[in-house]
Design a protein around this ligand. Structure first.
Ligand SMILES: C[S@@+](CC[C@H](N)C(=O)[O-])C[C@H]1O[C@@H](n2cnc3c(N)ncnc32)[C@H](O)[C@@H]1O
Length: 267
């Protein structure tokens, strides 16, 4: 699985995941509050960037966080213990082969994972099985087709398209956000509700420009440079121009927009 994960597991990617979660913490998580005493499964916790926020916002629930990458789990354990969080248990697991009993969790949380899976429906069905009746599943995904910005640039757009194509080539779907509603309905979940979470960055919001435009989105696109050139999708000169234009949107007269999608559904 590790070689099929487009963003990889580098130190730079860990910093990016952390920046992303801190910058978007309120926007994505403010309404994920579980009743005290609930059991929550976090599927694909990565380095624990969302785990810390989820656990911090829900100190009276017990969270079981799993990931397929042992290195990420190690970082997640460290992040959680540095934050003084004590209500999370980690386990090294594959979402498609989880060892938990049917109907064993009150709630499930999965963020930025389905976009990397070639069978997101199958993953949702596996997770649904583990939910208690009336339990909820919360899914958060992005959609790279939702990125638009000023100044507009064909070169920047080509770089973004390289990321979309590479992820598709690896079996994922970085445009999955717009598909969340039908995905959740098709696996037989009920009361499906998807809310768009709009990110807007301009110079009057320097935290967003730094945390989202530069350190989350542009860093993510930049991360596929070698793969894009190796696959012959673009040449180095065009790539570098695209990167310059992406960072141009983070200057004083630039703007950047992106939409995340948060779905909640009931078993
Ligand atoms: C983009 S990261 C997101 C991590 C975290 N949820 C976050 O938002 O910061 C995707 C994570 O999914 C994990 N993953 C991918 N396929 C998996 C699988 N089959 N089982 C468990 N984890 C998986 C990867 O190892 C990676 O840590």
């Amino acid at each position: 699985m590790n070689d099929k994960y487009v963003h990889g597991y580098s130190d730079k990617e860990s910093v990016r995941l952390k920046d992303q979660s801190v910058t978007l913490g309120d926007l994505l998580h403010h309404d994920t509050i579980y009743p005290a005493g609930s059991t929550v499964l976090e599927a694909g916790c990565g380095i624990g960037a969302q785990t810390c926020i989820l656990a911090g916002n829900n100190p009276d629930v017990h969270i079981t966080s799993v990931d397929i990458s042992p290195e990420s789990l190690k970082a997640a354990k460290k992040a959680v213990s540095s934050a003084g969080i004590t209500n999370v248990t980690f386990s090294h697991e594959d979402i498609f082969d989880l060892p938990f009993d049917k109907d064993s969790f009150d709630h499930i949380f999965i963020c930025f994972v389905l976009e990397h899976l070639s069978e997101p429906e199958k993953a949702l069905l596996k997770l649904k099985d583990l939910l208690k009746p009336d339990g909820t599943i919360t899914v958060i995904e992005g959609d790279h087709g939702s990125a638009y910005y000023h100044p507009a640039s064909e070169h920047a757009q080509r770089n973004i398209q390289c990321l979309i194509d590479i992820q598709a080539h690896m079996g994922g779907d970085s445009l999955i956000g717009r598909r969340l509603y039908p995905l959740l309905v098709d696996v037989g979940l009920r009361d499906v509700s998807v809310s768009p979470r709009f990110v807007y960055a301009d110079a009057s919001r320097p935290g967003m420009v730094e945390g989202f435009t530069r350190n989350t989105f542009n860093a993510m696109v930049e991360g596929v440079k070698d793969q894009a050139i190796k696959l012959g999708l673009i040449d180095k000169q065009a790539w570098d121009k695209g990167v310059r234009d992406l960072y141009r949107t983070a200057e004083d007269d630039g703007t950047f927009c992106y939409t995340f999608f948060k779905g909640v559904a009931v078993k």
